[in-house]
Structure formats: C-alpha cells, structure tokens
Design a protein around this ligand. Structure first.
Ligand SMILES: [Zn+2]
Length: 308
C-alpha cells in the first residue's frame, strides 16, 4: 500500500492506495497545529491509524502533493496559502516518522500523474492535465516523463500571459490565464459584464451557470469569454509540448454544455494546423474525492531525480 497525502490550505487529506484504488481515507485540519513538526506528527498518526483500521498490511511509500512543493528537495517553499512562512522539509519529516521513502511533489503535477497512471490519461505518454479551481494548475507528461524543468517548477500554464497589460493576477503580474479562467476570474468577468461588483462576493461559479441557463446574457457571455481564454491558453501549450490528449479537472469543467462543448470547438479552431486532429480534449474520469489522493500516491511511482 501507498499512503497518499494531499495538503490543502485548510484541510489535508490522507488515504491508503492500492492498485489505483483508495481503500480508506481521512482528513485533518492543516491549520491550528503548534508548528510544522506537530503537523507532520498528526499526518503520521493519521497514516498509522488508517493502517490499523485496514488490519495491518505493509506500507511501501508515502506520496505528498502540496502547493509550492519542490520535488527535487522534498521541501514546501513558503507557500502563500499554508500556515508556515518558512521552508518545510515535509518529505524528510514523514520519512523519519514512518520509516518508508516519502516523495513530495507539486499538487498540479500530482494531479497529472494521477490521471496518467489511473485516470483519463492512462496510456498517453504525451499528456497535459489542467486543474481549474481557485487558481489554474497544470502538469505536463512529455515523452513518458513528468516535465519538471531545471528547478522542478516547469509547467505553470496558469501564469502564461495571455493579455498584455490585462487584468492583475495574484502573482503580481498582469493578464495571466488564471486571472480569467479560474473561479475568481470568472466571477470577476461576470461582475464586470453585469456591471455589478457585489456579484464578486458570491462563492463559486454555480450561480453564474444557473443564471446562464436561465437566460442571463451577462452570465452566458462570461462562459463565452472563459471558453475563449482557455482555448487560446491550451492551444499555446499544445504548441510547446505536443500532447496527444488534454485532460481538464475541476468543478468548472463540469458545467457541461456551457463550457465543455463550446470549448472543444474553440480549442480545435485555435490549434496550429499541424496539431489539428492529433490532440483531443476530455475531462477527468477520477472520482472528485479520490483524485488528489491517487495523484499524491502516483508521485511515488516516478524515478526521483534529486538536485541540490
Ligand atoms: Zn499570474
């Protein structure tokens, strides 16, 4: 069995994975621990308690997906949405406590590996996985390996500039894909089109989808614009790594007829002609509750390249 751990801003999920299935899972708060050591201890305790519930069995490894995680060093580096403002060597901390190898990786890369090993990307050695939520994350499988780059941080599609001097992004730059396509970005587009900034206080995008279905023109245009930005961003990414398949993950992509059908059309017409007919676009087939855990567990299946 492999323990998969997904570190989120408020909650962290812990699961036991065997042959691409989550056997058991639990969660603990990410916040409220005395320090990072107490947090690592709570994670290790949760893993042990899942193993006991499973009636024993041997643990082979631990895979941890986290924001701002450096796969080369096993360190979470000053993640803005996590409680610790210093570097946390979480891989080593769990390895010491559980006595099995631990691999830490960026959460978007974990999602990509999960789709590649167990989900809609199975069998595709050239794959792009894009997760759309509060932000936009991406992981690239190229020639059968995860693209990491010189410092372990390659593949930030969410911060590809699409609009020169466009909308400000959380990264401090302007016009990034994420500033338009994320939940936050879509709410902003809707508020601007409806000329009502109070709409920004709403949560999620379901209200926009409901409004669009009810015939609200600003809501429909919000989806049209989101489709446009996403199609252009994906087509640009295809021109760099030449994936055979693109897999989308996240609540927004489940807005069905409002997003996926028009996106497929816009994506194919945005592609450079040499890629047309050679790349398809689909949504994740993994259960929402399991995807992050399967991805974290899949981190342990790739050969580690450690660089200082
Ligand atoms: Zn940005």
């Amino acid at each position: 069995m492999i323990a998969g751990i997904d570190i989120g801003g408020t909650t962290s999920k812990i699961g036991l994975v065997l042959d691409g299935r989550v056997l058991r899972q639990t969660r603990i708060p990410t916040t409220g621990h005395a320090d990072d050591h107490a947090f690592a201890q709570a994670l290790a305790t949760a893993v042990r308690s899942l193993l006991a519930d499973e009636g024993g069995g041997s643990l082979e490894a631990v895979g941890i997906g986290a924001p701002n995680a450096n796969q080369f060093t096993g360190i979470i580096e000053m993640a803005p949405n996590l409680p610790w403002k210093h570097d946390v060597p979480l891989a080593r901390m769990l390895q010491d406590r559980l006595n099995v190898p631990a691999v830490l990786g960026n959460d978007a890369n974990a999602a990509a590996l999960g789709e590649w090993r167990y989900g809609a990307g199975k069998g595709y050695d050239d794959l792009l996985v894009v997760t759309i939520g509060t932000g936009v994350g991406s992981g690239f499988i190229v020639n059968g390996s995860l693209l990491l780059g010189s410092a372990g941080n390659a593949g930030e599609l969410g911060h590809m500039t699409l609009a020169m001097d466009g909308r400000p992004c959380t990264c401090g730059r302007k016009g990034c894909l994420e500033a338009y396509v994320s939940i936050r970005g879509m709410r902003q587009t809707y508020a601007e089109l409806a000329n009502d900034l109070d709409l920004l206080k709403e949560e999620g995008v379901k209200c926009i989808a409901d409004a669009a279905h009810a015939g609200d023109r600003a809501a429909q245009r919000t989806f049209e614009e989101t489709v446009h930005w996403l199609a252009v961003g994906l087509a640009n990414a295809v021109a760099v790594t030449g994936p055979r398949r693109v897999v989308l993950f996240g609540g927004i992509v489940r807005s069905g007829d409002l997003l996926l059908a028009p996106l497929k059309k816009a994506f194919h017409s945005a592609l450079l002609n040499i890629y047309q007919g050679r790349v398809d676009l689909t949504v994740s087939a993994l259960p929402d509750d399991d995807a992050a855990l399967l991805g974290a567990a899949a981190l342990t299946t790739i050969p580690m390249k450690i660089r200082k």
